[in-house]
Design a protein around this ligand. Structure first.
Ligand SMILES: [Zn+2]
Ligand SMILES: [Zn+2]
Length: 369
């Protein structure tokens, strides 16, 4: 790979080298205050990207009021990840063309390419139509136009405040700028490298994106990347209550304060239905190449269970819709009916999961990819 973006390369290389060079001097001024300055700026810089750039702007997973938007548009200056407009532009390309040549940070070009090297290689072909919705947002346009002065002002301000509080310019610069920058950058880059490499593929086996709980810790919940690629419109990345997804919690909490609304979620039935259809398609395609009675039997069983699942899923959805339009005295009965339908759907879902597990063991489907 030839470096095309020398300015980006120089910036990234220099701040990494500065960390190494200044580390010995920093040790003598290290303090808990410096650590907290790092933590606060790391959390603000990181979360404004995940909550804001990613889930609000790139995916429009909820709506936010102007105050909330400005917190994002200014706070994200701590992360040095371009303007919200450019970030969303590139990220939408990543989702539309994941695992192909057009993907700016394609894992197919290698782990380190997806992690950081793409930054030095990538020439953006700016396509306005990809972000036409964001161009209608005056705040996003303003941040894009004045991105550089905003970055300089916010970072200089943070540095001066840190200096005043810690009594050491070096401690403020080292922990509140250099180390913060490195941590934010590497955890963001991990999403493109590690989250397309090590983890489980529960929701979309055909993609390189994976779910990885350890990475979710580092990335404010973005480690559930397989689910995210399968259902990008969902404001959650970790959909279970026990998933560590502070970005989801922040958005939810902000909605309780009226700062954001229209939180979009994909309901469980839709998620399961899509999984059943995808699993079935993949498995039948492979079974078609197998001869023998077991394959034929399995094929008809897959067809049978998936058809029952689809029928039951449709019935649940009808009931949910009825419930939405129901009067108060109809509600109790309908709710009871919905409960019975859901329980029955769950039985078929469990049957489906067991069946696909058995089939995967027998025919080694995972390795067929
Ligand atoms: Zn995304
Ligand atoms: Zn991805």
């Amino acid at each position: 790979m030839k470096i095309k973006n020398w300015d980006t390369f120089a910036f990234v290389a220099i701040y990494h080298l500065l960390i190494l060079a200044l580390l010995p001097a920093f040790i003598s001024v290290a303090s808990w205050g410096a650590f907290w300055l790092f933590m606060i700026t790391y959390i603000i810089g990181g979360m404004t990207i995940t909550v804001g750039y990613h889930r609000l702007y790139a995916h429009k997973a909820y709506n936010a009021n102007p105050f909330f938007e400005w917190v994002i548009l200014l706070g994200s200056a701590l992360s040095f990840e371009m303007s919200a407009l450019m970030w969303s532009h590139d990220h939408r390309i990543h989702h539309n063309h994941v695992d192909t040549d057009k993907d700016p940070y394609s894992i197919k070009k290698g782990f380190w390419y997806a992690h950081v090297l793409w930054l030095f290689d990538y020439k953006r072909e700016y396509d306005k139509t990809l972000v036409s919705d964001l161009l209608k947002n005056p705040r996003v346009v303003l941040q894009d136009r004045y991105y550089l002065p905003i970055v300089v002002a916010v970072n200089l301000g943070v540095f001066l405040i840190g200096w005043a509080l810690l009594g050491s310019a070096l401690a403020s610069f080292f922990m509140g700028f250099l180390v913060r920058l490195a941590m934010i950058h590497h955890s963001t880059w991990f999403i493109n490298s590690l989250c397309h490499t090590f983890g489980s593929k529960t929701y979309a086996r055909e993609l390189s994106a994976v779910d990885n709980a350890v990475l979710a810790l580092l990335t404010f919940g973005e480690g559930y990347h397989n689910y995210h690629h399968a259902f990008a419109a969902d404001y959650r990345n970790g959909i279970r209550w026990y998933h560590f997804d502070p970005s989801k919690w922040t958005i939810w909490l902000a909605s309780k304060f009226g700062m954001v609304n229209k939180l979009r979620t994909i309901n469980e039935v839709t998620v399961q239905k899509s999984l059943v259809l995808k699993d079935k398609k993949m498995m039948i395609e492979h079974l078609n190449e197998e001869a023998g009675e077991i394959a034929a039997e399995l094929k008809s069983k897959l067809e049978e269970v998936s058809t029952i699942f689809e029928e039951k899923a449709a019935a649940v959805m009808v009931k949910v819709r009825e419930l939405k339009q129901a009067t108060d005295d109809q509600k109790a009965t309908l709710e009871q009916e919905a409960k019975i339908l859901r329980a029955s759907l769950k039985e078929t879902w469990d049957e489906w999961v067991a069946l696909t597990r058995k089939a995967t063991k027998q025919f080694d489907f995972d390795h067929a990819h």
